[in-house]
Design a protein around this ligand. Structure first.
Ligand code: NAD
Length: 337
């Protein structure tokens, strides 16, 4: 069987890490047809739209996409392609595993966290306006429907993946209505999952506790903004953004992408670490039911990290994006014999 997947290489380091991920996924022997679609700052220049309608059409048709990072201008310019994609396709659950990888230098050992972030509302509603000159309002939207849906997703994930505990992260001491509603929904859903422990922690304390000892957490359940910030914090526990994969899951469509952005400082230099997108590709294989291929990708990544000869600069090596990808692909191909 051949899987047709929408491929969005994106901006900055996106095309380089996307090529690397394709090289590795092809090495598994699973057959893919990649539908290459342009989105992001590059697409804006080329087609006059950062998210051309054909990209959405392609994802809706294929129901699965692999995406490199897309750049969004700060304080001005077009809306984030990511926010548009997640809202338009209703990719409501952002799943970001954060796990220590072998051989990677870090201050922390044995980190094994799953971040579940609500992906469609909160301060990412994009509803901002100037009330009077010098006064701006930005609307934080929290709904019972979206909060219940993400909580249910997290608890079902815990049940199917044998996870023990979910910590809901909030600031309901200040945002009593919005974060209060989010917590009410989490508590109500938790009732139906007595086998999963449930607790709550205020987001600022959560950040401090994470930095002291990330192993005291199992799964974190967060609204959109806290989830975004805490994801980058947690990537720091496992060697940085080059190592942190992710998935955006909806009822019918799933889009896989790394946590990191377009890293303009590294773009075009063959210096980016492609492991985050390669591991996002492994999550995609799992989603497709190709668990054995997904395991082989992860095993090959681990072997190359342990070997330590073909590491990118962020991991203390001198290899390029293409070299580390080639080393991972070669491991998989050797295994296939
Ligand atoms: P960034 O993630 O691009 O970079 C932050 C730091 O991490 C930089 O020092 C960068 O060099 C490093 N880094 C990131 N990915 C790396 C990799 N694969 N290998 C090695 N080092 C890596 O974040 P930023 O600088 O805040 O944002 C740059 C652009 O990316 C912005 O336009 C932003 O909007 C966009 N962005 C896109 C996404 C996405 O498409 N999912 C996510 C975050 C940021």
């Amino acid at each position: 069987m051949t899987y047709t997947v929408t491929l969005i290489p994106g901006d900055g380091i996106g095309p380089e890490v996307a090529s690397a991920a394709i090289r590795v996924l092809s090495a598994t022997g699973v057959s893919f047809e990649w539908e290459n679609e342009s989105a992001g700052a590059g697409a804006l220049g080329k087609f006059g739209a950062a998210l051309p309608p054909r990209v959405l059409d392609s994802i809706r048709k294929n129901k699965i996409a692999l995406k490199g990072p897309t750049a969004t201008p700060v304080g001005t310019g077009h809306r984030s392609v990511n926010v548009e994609l997640r809202k338009t396709l209703d990719l409501y659950a952002n799943v970001r595993p954060v796990a220590t990888l072998p051989g990677v230098k870090s201050r922390y050992d044995n980190v094994d966290l799953i971040i579940v972030r609500e992906n469609t509302e909160d301060l990412y509603s994009g509803l901002e306006h100037t009330v009077v000159p010098g006064v701006v309002e930005s609307l934080k939207i929290i709904t019972e429907a979206a909060s219940t849906r993400i909580a249910r997703f997290a608890f079902e994930y815990a049940r199917t993946h044998g996870r023990q505990k979910i910590s809901a992260v909030h600031k309901a001491n200040i945002m009593k209505l919005s974060d209060g509603l989010f917590l009410d929904c989490c508590r109500a859903v938790a009732q139906g999952f007595p086998e999963v422990q449930y607790d709550e922690i205020i987001v600022d304390n959560c950040c401090m506790q994470l930095v002291l000892d990330p192993t005291r957490f199992d799964m974190l359940l967060l609204e959109n903004l806290y989830g975004d910030i805490v994801s980058d914090l947690c990537a720091g526990f496992i060697g940085g953004l080059g190592m942190a994969p992710g998935a955006n899951i909806g009822e019918t469509v799933a889009l896989f992408e790394a946590v990191h952005g377009s890293a303009p400082d590294l773009a075009g230099k063959n210096m980016a670490n492609p492991i985050a997108l390669i591991l996002s590709g492994a999550m995609m294989l799992d989603h497709l039911g190709e668990h054995e291929a997904a395991d082989r990708v992860r095993a090959a990544v681990n072997a190359v990290l342990l070997d330590g000869k073909k590491l990118t600069r962020d991991l203390g090596g001198a290899a390029g994006t293409t070299e580390i990808a080639e080393a991972i692909a070669a491991r998989i191909e050797q295994g296939r014999g």
